[in-house]
Design a protein around this ligand. Structure first.
Ligand SMILES: NC(=O)C1=CN([C@@H]2O[C@H](COP(=O)(O)OP(=O)(O)OC[C@H]3O[C@@H](n4cnc5c(N)ncnc54)[C@H](OP(=O)(O)O)[C@@H]3O)[C@@H](O)[C@H]2O)C=CC1
Ligand SMILES: Nc1nc(=O)c2c([nH]1)NC[C@@H]1CN(c3ccc(C(=O)N[C@@H](CCC(=O)O)C(=O)O)cc3)C=[N+]21
Ligand SMILES: [Mg+2]
Length: 293
């Protein structure tokens, strides 16, 4: 058996197309374009790539993207002042502060300063709380993108056993919440989990968000399982410099029912959902009904 490869890149392109249609309708209705402000502190080369992609995607969707690049030495005070300015700016619907921030800055304080109604990353405690209690709010882009892929592949997820490996606030925890909401029976694994291979072997759905190259082996998987690989790891070996996921992809292909590749799986979905969240924020701020995407 060889697994179906889940084409996140194609799915994301379709989603971006729907967002672009929604943006055109929004512009018609309000006479302005949705605005996304991206803040990058320091010159981390990996972050730089994502920020540039976000800029291109915003433009292609018909939105207004603004980039705020600050020096690595920027003080927390200066960063908070910029966030306050963006909160007050009527042309800005969404604010994204690229993480990680330099060590001298308290990330939690910066995220807390973002207006929850402009928090298109869904990182603010208010949005985390809304997700936890099932209220309407902004859901972190990566796990929402994973949920959309899972529903596309599997349809109704009710009753399926899901294992999420990783418990970060931006991927693992919200992912588990979204799976619970879709009636999965969810296990959250992490670095203290005993016998991870046995835990993974029970799962119909495996979401790997660990940050360890190819840690999840093919023989850990239940045959036919659906595997969502969130990991993005830069490695250098005999095959050269490349990106690999948290799952040993070639091994998993022979066992899984379906799997996301890295690159071309979850990553493009993250950016498409970010645009979707920004469109939703623009509608809410303009007092319009939530768009159906
Ligand atoms: N595709 C995309 O759009 C995105 C990709 N990513 C990628 O996803 C991955 C995870 O990101 P993020 O959630 O931010 O990472 P974090 O480092 O915040 O969290 C990693 C999690 O993995 C767990 N973990 C670490 N080692 C092991 C182990 N040996 N066995 C089991 N669990 C382990 C940690 O456990 P503990 O809590 O016990 O320390 C932690 O909960 C990274 O590769 C990142 O680059 C992230 C965001 C977006
Ligand atoms: N506030 C904040 N919000 C984020 O959403 C956020 C962040 N900070 N910090 C960094 C992580 C990482 N992240 C990615 C987005 C897209 C790809 C992506 O499109 N990846 C391509 C490949 C990219 C490449 O070739 O390097 C793919 O997987 O196909 C990857 C990673 C968002 N993040
Ligand atoms: Mg810090």
């Amino acid at each position: 058996m060889t697994a179906r490869i889940i084409d996140g890149k194609a799915f994301a392109a379709t989603l971006r197309g729907r967002v672009a249609e929604g943006v055109a309708a929004f512009r018609e209705e309000t006479g302005r374009a949705p605005g996304l402000a991206v803040v990058l502190v320091g010159a981390d080369p990996a972050s730089d790539v994502y920020v540039r992609w976000k800029g291109k995607a915003t433009l292609a969707a018909g939105m207004v993207g603004t980039e705020h690049r600050l020096l690595a030495e920027t003080t927390q005070e200066a960063l908070l002042a910029l966030v306050a300015e963006l909160n007050a700016d009527a042309a800005v619907d969404g604010i994204l502060v690229q993480l990680p921030l330099p060590g001298h800055i308290d990330s939690a304080a910066v995220i807390a300063a973002i207006d929850p109604d402009k928090d298109v990353d869904g990182f603010h405690v208010v949005n985390a709380g809304r997700l936890a209690v099932g209220a309407d709010g902004y859901v972190p882009c990566t796990p929402l993108g994973c949920a959309l892929l899972l529903e596309d592949v599997l349809g109704d997820l009710s009753g399926l056993d899901a294992v999420v490996i990783g418990r970060s606030n931006i991927v693992g925890k919200p992912m588990a919440q979204l799976l619970i909401d879709r009636n999965c029976t969810v296990t959250i694994a992490h670095s203290r989990t005993r016998d991870l291979a046995a835990v993974v072997r029970r799962a119909d759905i495996v979401v790997a968000a660990v940050g360890r190259p190819e840690m999840i082996r093919g023989d850990w998987l239940k045959p036919g399982a659906t595997v969502i690989d969130v990991g993005i790891n830069r490695v250098e070996d005999a095959a050269g410099r490349r990106l690999v996921g948290d799952v040993a992809y070639d091994e998993a292909l022979a066992v899984a029912g379906a799997i996301t590749p890295v690159p071309g799986g979850v990553g493009p979905m993250t950016i498409a959902v970010l645009l979707r969240n920004t469109l939703v924020a623009a509608h809410a701020r303009a007092g319009l009904a939530k768009p159906a995407i």
